[in-house]
Design a protein around this ligand. Sequence first.
Ligand SMILES: *[C@@H]1O[C@H](CO)[C@@H](O)[C@H](O)[C@H]1NC(C)=O
Ligand SMILES: *[C@@H]1O[C@H](CO)[C@@H](O)[C@H](O)[C@H]1NC(C)=O
Length: 497
Amino acid sequence: MPRDDAHRRGRSVEVKPLHSRHSSYPNSMSASHKAFKAVVIPRMSSRQWIALGLGAFFALILLSQAIGPKSSPWRISDEAFTFPSQGVVARPNEDVSLDLSQVLVGPPTKHFRDNLRNETRYLTSWLSAGFTNDVMTLGNLIYLAMITNRIPILPPVDSYIGKRPNPMPFSAIFDLPRLRRALNIPVLEWQEVKDPRSEETDILGCWNIFEVDDMRASGPRESRNPISLVLDISYTRAPTSVKLIPGFIHDAHSSFWALAPLAFPDMRAKALASPEVVTTPGVRTGTSTPPDEQLLCFDYLFYVSADVPFEYDRDVYPSWHAVQRHFRWTSEVEKLGGEYLRRVLNVTEHDPIPLHITIHARHGDFKNWCNELDPQDCFAPLSVFAVRIAEIQKELLERKGVHVEHVIVTSDEEDEKWWDKVKAMGWLRIDHAKERTAETHGEWYPVILDAYVQSAGLGFVGTDRSTFSTVARRRVQDWHDGAVRTVRWGRPDADTH
Ligand SMILES: *[C@@H]1O[C@H](CO)[C@@H](O)[C@H](O)[C@H]1NC(C)=O
Ligand SMILES: *[C@@H]1O[C@H](CO)[C@@H](O)[C@H](O)[C@H]1NC(C)=O
């Protein structure tokens, strides 16, 4: 079945607990339907029916005006407003999920609290795991906000493997207005709440779940986000009930459903009354404060799942289905990615981009998992990838009637001899050193463009245990109904089948 936008929009209704809470409960609907049928309908003349209909119509109009969105003093005209720091444009009255005046007092302030609306509750967390995992963590953050009826505030991503580039807001790579429309939630970024130029320290109480979930940890998960946001965090160790597998030292997960109660007053109070719950002062100001009620905050949400640890390679992965599949590239990334694809596929800017299949061969630090094995024997050889490419070509021919000839390889391998073998296979390479990608477009762009190229293919062959591969595989499946395979590795015959 083609998965077009309408199909996605249709499905997103099921997972929209904020705005149509009851639409996801068929049982309650059928119950009310029965109740309706049980009501005795009185006998009336047709004139009485018309009068009743008109009365109900005007009553509905009056009611909708009474409960409609209240105008805020800040929202003075229908003109588009722009937050000065990053050019997010929202048109009041066009779409409630884009109307930030409902959830912020105004443009970013020196102290974040001055910009929160009294009647609104929010949720935030910090990032600490490299580019792809941070993006997945943002998906978890938004999903947790959805099921607790809060407004998510996203911190910028600020790391990828082995590198520490400058923090980059989510909206610099992903289309935030489109995400807001898809989720029908005014997803916020920290730069919209607190002025990125502010040097004013804000104290914030957060839950420390990492130390509870990971029994080997000796404190909350560290992140650079609070430092760049000039926040002093006072952490409160969460109750042991947040840990997914009680007492299990080899896992560090929480479930969404164990964290969600902390968003509500009764369970928060109950948790705080427990003797195991300890609050530590913030390191900058020495201030101790309990977890914030209005801006609910957790140290780290990468290890959060609905069902089992590391569920992202399974079908049960609500953070993907409800949220992350709506993380679409900005038009700038699409445009630049298209230019790279045209160059590597050797077509002019006037030609359509030919279809391609991408390989992601993750090497680099994965050799740490090879133990005593020579990486040559540990990583999947190109012949194994070739088998998978042939499978994908066959599948695409059968299922879609297209022959996809071009294969583009993305890898963090630095050995040019390996790349020579790639070339000998007739496969293509986007060479970021040769393209001078980082110098021209910024240090984030080698990883962003690789992710783009992977996501733009009609087929994808990934590396087992790589989340970079996981997300690419899901994008190709969900966005293009493409064909995907995952190559196993770790011993010479790991992918034999
Ligand atoms: C929020 O509440 C405080 C204290 O009640 C009040 O001083 C402030 O004006 C309120 N702010 C907004 C934006 O409503
Ligand atoms: C790229 O395309 C042009 C024009 O079709 C052709 O002359 C050239 O040989 C191609 N280059 C490569 C590397 O395939």
